[in-house]
Ligand binder design. Structure first.
Ligand code: PEP
Ligand code: MN
Length: 331
């Protein structure tokens, strides 16, 4: 149950009520208690202290449509994802920051294409310890330079707790990757951050587990969470993963969090990314994340799936009509 306490309740008293109800206390402009979802009725003696109580049937609570029947608006700098804008935001850039020349080419290309959010990883969660692991802090500094020079917003991922403070400091949006979705240390620290978090779905996790991971961030007090579907593992091996568009319908119906779709990691091969991207935009989601690279064949990670600039430009030009057909616009 979600309980908004009346504004005149003192923090000490709120803490006592939270203890009694075994609730998580979120202190913002008003105090909100989130109890285990087993509690379905407000105890009578608390009625006078509460301005709003919402019972939800399971532990999708702060993210649920029952609590907030609208898509949350994620605002940073002069930019918005979600809310009532009916916009589908394009996020693009290479898998990894490799060199200054490479990331600068990518940044300039984004600018030319009207893409306002540049993505690239600096701490890469690779499957093998012998693959390129990312440039680390040097990469974050190069991204900051691109933001400064080209006025782009920067999204980059946190791989583990060792560099989380650096990523929070440098990024405009902090990405939690599929492999880190269950990392409680990262989730809890991001709950205390005051920047938007893009949470990717673990490729072996259910929708319920995915949204519950988002609840860790939300219940930490950070209400700026974006969900990202990037493909799940199925029995199929011809594509890298399977993009769960049924899951997107579930998330739209049941959660109030903006949704970004990532067809690049799902497909794993550049040839499928354009068709999938159009399907994603037709789903009426808040954003798309597409990997692009000046020379994909030479990329230091995810070489097979990144679009070259010609492929990206053709795709980008085709998306406006798809977005318009479902009452949205690309930004
Ligand atoms: C990425 O965005 O480059 C990435 C590693 O994604 P995922 O966590 O979805 O594999
Ligand atoms: Mn990648």
């Amino acid at each position: 149950m979600l309980i908004h306490l009346k504004k005149d309740i003192l923090l000490e008293e709120a803490k006592k009520i939270a203890d009694e109800l075994k609730a998580v206390l979120i202190e913002k402009d008003e105090i909100v208690l989130v109890t285990p979802s087993k509690l379905q009725e407000l105890p009578a003696h608390l009625q006078s202290k509460v301005s709003l109580a919402v019972a939800v049937p399971n532990d999708i609570q702060l993210a649920s449509r029952k609590y907030k029947d609208e898509v949350r608006s994620i605002k940073f700098s002069n930019f918005e994802i979600g809310g009532e804008s009916n916009s589908t935001v394009m996020i693009s850039g290479p898998c990894s920051v490799e060199t200054e020349e490479q990331i600068e080419q990518a940044a300039k290309f984004c600018l030319e294409q009207g893409v306002k959010v540049l993505r690239a990883g600096c701490y890469k969660p690779r499957t093998s310890p012998y693959s390129f692991q990312g440039l680390g802090l040097e990469g974050l500094k190069l991204l900051a330079k691109m933001r400064e020079k080209y006025g782009l917003h920067i999204i980059t991922e946190v791989r583990d707790a060792s560099h989380i403070e650096e990523v929070i400091e440098y990024a405009d949006i902090i990405q939690i990757g599929a492999k880190a979705m269950y990392d409680q240390g990262i989730l809890r620290r991001c709950g205390k951050a005051r920047k938007p978090i893009l949470l990717k779905r673990g490729f072996g996790s259910t929708l319920q587990e995915f949204v519950q991971a988002a609840e860790f961030i939300l219940s930490g007090g950070n209400d700026q969470v974006i969900l990202c579907e990037r493909g799940i593992r199925t029995f199929e091996t011809n594509t890298r993963f399977t993009l769960d568009l049924c899951g997107i319908s579930f998330l739209k119906e049941n959660t109030n969090l903006p949704i970004i779709l990532d067809p690049s990691h799902a497909m794993g091969y550049a040839y499928g990314v354009a068709d999938l991207s159009r399907a994603c935009v037709a789903m009426g989601v808040e954003g798309l994340l597409i990997e692009s690279h000046p020379r994909p064949k030479e990329a230091w990670s995810d070489a097979a799936q990144q679009l070259d600039f010609k492929q990206f430009a053709a795709l980008n030009a085709s998306l406006k009509a798809v977005a318009n057909a479902v009452g949205r616009q690309m930004t």
